[in-house]
Ligand binder design. Structure first.
Ligand code: CP
Length: 318
C-alpha cells in the first residue's frame, strides 16, 4: 500500500473533489459484505494502530470507527477526555504527540471546537480523521448519508434532498451540503430562521421556511436532531412548539406527492423533530445509515492507509 488517493487526512467533504467522494463510496461497497460474515474480519490493516480520541459524547461514530478498524484487523485504543490527562490540563497537541511517541498510525478525533481536526493534522505525522469538530464538519456522517441515499434511490445526481431542523449548529448539515452538491444533488434546507446560518444560501441551497413546502419538494428528508443542549439561547419557543410547526409526522408525509426517504443521523429526539411512527416506518433508512457507517469508515481508513481502491474487492477476500 503506497499511494494515498485522499491525501494524509480526512478533515471534511469541502476539500474533497467529486471523484474522491465517489471513490470512497465505491470503495465502501465491497466492505459492506465483510460485516455480514460470521468472521467479520479481513487482515488488510493488520499492522496499523488507530487511536479513537473522543472529547465529546458519541455512540454511533465511536463504536462504528472501532468496528471498522477491528474488521480491518487494525489495533485500536479508545481515549475519552474524561479519565485522561486532558482533565489535568494537558493540551490536545501534547496528548496527540504522546500517543505518536507510542508509534500509532492514525487518530480518529471528535472535538467540540470547529477546526480542531485541522489544527491537529497540521501538527502530527499520523493520519487524522475528523469524527466531528464543533459545528464545522462530520465527513464520515456525510459519506454514510450519501451511500444510503445511493443505495435506496440508485443515484445521487439530480435527487432532491432537504436537510431539516437545526442547520445553525449542525456539522452534519455542512458535510451533507458539500457532499450532495459536489455529487450533483439538488439541496434544500428547512427550519426556523433562528436555526438557519446567515450565509446558508451562498452554499447553493434552497431555503424553505415551512416543512410542508419541503415535503412537497423533496425526494429525501435528512432530519436533524434539535440539539437540546444548545437551546438555552431561546432559539425555539419550546420543543412542543417546534414539533407542532416543524415535526416530520405521518400526517405530513401522507400529503407528500411521492414516497420520501427519511434519514436521521441520530441520536433522535422522538416527538421533537421526528414522529416515532416515521422513525420506525417504511420510509425510514435510519438503521441502514448506521450499517453503512461501518463500510464507509472501513473505506476511509483503508484509503488513508494507502490502500488501492481497485484492490478493495481483493482485500476483502484476503
Ligand atoms: N451521528 C452521530 O454522530 O452520532 P453520535 O454522536 O452518537 O456519534
Amino acid at each position: 500500500m503506497t499511494e494515498r488517493p485522499l491525501g494524509k487526512d480526512l478533515l471534511g467533504l469541502e476539500p474533497l473533489s467529486k471523484e474522491q467522494i465517489q471513490l470512497i463510496l465505491d470503495t465502501a461497497e465491497p466492505f459492506k459484505e465483510v460485516s455480514e460474515r460470521v468472521i467479520k474480519r479481513v487482515p488488510t490493516l493488520r499492522h496499523k494502530t488507530i487511536v479513537n480520541l473522543f472529547f465529546e459524547a458519541s455512540t454511533r461514530t465511536r463504536i462504528s470507527f472501532e468496528f471498522a478498524a477491528r474488521r480491518l484487523s487494525a489495533d485500536t485504543v479508545n481515549v475519552a477526555a474524561s479519565g485522561s490527562s486532558v482533565e489535568k490540563g494537558e493540551t490536545l497537541v501534547d496528548t496527540a504527540k504522546n500517543l505518536e511517541a507510542m508509534r500509532i498510525d492514525m487518530v480518529v478525533m471528535r472535538h467540540p471546537s470547529s477546526g480542531a481536526a485541522q489544527f491537529l493534522a497540521d501538527r502530527i505525522r499520523s493520519n487524522v480523521v475528523n469524527a466531528g469538530d464543533g459545528t464545522h464538519e462530520h465527513p464520515t456522517q456525510g459519506l454514510l448519508d450519501l451511500l444510503t441515499i445511493r443505495d435506496r434511490l440508485g443515484r445521487i445526481e439530480g435527487v432532491r434532498v432537504c436537510i431539516c431542523g437545526d442547520i445553525l449548529h449542525s456539522r452534519v448539515a455542512r458535510s451533507n451540503i458539500w457532499g450532495l452538491t459536489k455529487l450533483g444533488a439538488q439541496v434544500a434546507v428547512c427550519g426556523p430562521p433562528s436555526l438557519m446560518p446567515r450565509e446558508v444560501s451562498s452554499l447553493g441551497v434552497t431555503v424553505f421556511k415551512r416543512i410542508e413546502e419541503a415535503i412537497e419538494w423533496a425526494d429525501v428528508l435528512n432530519v436533524l436532531r434539535i440539539q437540546l443542549e444548545r437551546m438555552q439561547g431561546g432559539f425555539i419557543p419550546s420543543v412542543r412548539e417546534y414539533y407542532r410547526v416543524f415535526g416530520v409526522t405521518v400526517e405530513r408525509l401522507e400529503k407528500a406527492p411521492r414516497d420520501l426517504v427519511i434519514l436521521h443521523p441520530g441520536p433522535m429526539n422522538r416527538g421533537v423533530e421526528i414522529d416515532s411512527r416515521v422513525a420506525d416506518g417504511s420510509h425510514s433508512v435510519i438503521l441502514d445509515q448506521v450499517t453503512n457507517g461501518i463500510a464507509v469508515r472501513m473505506a476511509v481508513l483503508y484509503l488513508l492507509a494507502g490502500g488501492r481502491p481497485e484492490l478493495a474487492e481483493a482485500a476483502k477476500r484476503e
